[in-house]
Design a protein around this ligand. Structure first.
Ligand SMILES: Cc1cc2nc3c(=O)[nH]c(=O)nc-3n(C[C@H](O)[C@H](O)[C@H](O)COP(=O)(O)OP(=O)(O)OC[C@H]3O[C@@H](n4cnc5c(N)ncnc54)[C@H](O)[C@@H]3O)c2cc1C
Length: 245
């Protein structure tokens, strides 16, 4: 017998869990299919945990609107659900004098994005706020902050499960097909299983393109191209010299 469910969310990262939560809270039946043996094993726990203020996105863009709305929703949601976070504030630093015009450009962009609290801090303000910060100038964003992403995902999953959602781990989506009234997915297991749903959300992070390519009925032209880049984090031992980002 083929399993049927109202909604399937593929991927239990922060995006998939947020979507699953919204659907479940709205009364939909939800199964989250996750390839790993737990949630949040990929990008969602390997990031900077910064709550972005929405400074640097094109003014009026959807990304900008969502960044600002998301930030406000996070600052409301985190205290309600005990998610570790802090509105630390953030400096964007100009090391040399010649970098200072860039700060003014950023400030103008931020103001156009509706972020009126952002200001260019003078040397006195910078020394008072961060005595160890040596720079030519800095833009200060008071509403930027830090969050513990795993806490956030635990809260999202808890809310979703309280509304009946189910997380299926070790369940990798291998392929599928779109039919007129439903989407059929083939998931890993011994034997592999077919599962059908009315609504399927592909929130598989950097696995999303591969899944889209393996589902019959999705035109390759509609799948955004993947651009992989590599970054490095450094671990600093000892007392941190700064209180803000
Ligand atoms: C270095 C770095 C720093 C960042 N810093 C920040 C920051 O400070 N602030 C910020 O807001 N954002 C930041 N981001 C962006 C943010 O981390 C991502 O946008 C976010 O984590 C993406 O979440 P996701 O749920 O889409 O993907 P993921 O967390 O990758 O989740 C995808 C899930 O899908 C699962 N999956 C994949 N393929 C399958 C399959 N076939 N079947 C079933 N499951 C599957 C994976 O196992 C995974 O659990 C940063 C990103 C990077 C790379």
């Amino acid at each position: 017998m083929i399993e049927k469910v109202d909604c399937i969310v593929i991927g239990a990262g922060v995006v998939g869990l947020a979507i699953a939560r919204s659907l479940a809270v709205a009364g939909r039946e939800v199964i989250i299919l996750e390839a790993e043996n737990s949630y949040g094993m990929h990008t969602s726990t390997r990031n900077s945990g910064c709550i972005h203020a929405g400074i640097n996105y094109p003014p009026g863009s959807l990304k900008n609107q969502l960044a600002i709305r998301g930030k406000n929703l996070l600052y409301q949601y985190c205290p309600e659900r005990g998610v570790t976070h802090e509105m630390t504030g953030k400096f964007v630093v100009a090391i040399e004098d010649e970098d200072i015009p860039v700060l003014h450009e950023l400030k103008e962009k931020a103001n156009k994005n509706g972020l009126d609290q952002i200001y260019i801090a003078d040397a006195g303000q910078i020394k008072e706020m961060e005595p160890n910060l040596n720079c030519a100038g800095a833009l200060y964003s008071p509403t930027s902050g830090l969050i513990e992403p795993h806490d956030l995902m635990t809260a999202f999953l808890g809310d979703a499960e309280n509304c009946g959602a189910v997380l299926a781990v070790n369940t990798k989506v291998l392929s599928g097909a779109i039919f007129e009234d439903f989407v059929e997915l083939i998931v890993s297991g011994n034997p592999e299983t077919k599962i059908r749903c009315g609504l399927c959300v592909n929130a598989a992070g950097h696995g999303a393109q591969k899944i889209a390519a393996a589902i019959k009925g999705i035109s390759s032209e509609t799948v955004p191209k993947q651009f992989l880049t590599r970054g490095c984090y450094f671990v600093m031992h000892g007392r941190k010299p700064f209180n803000r980002m």
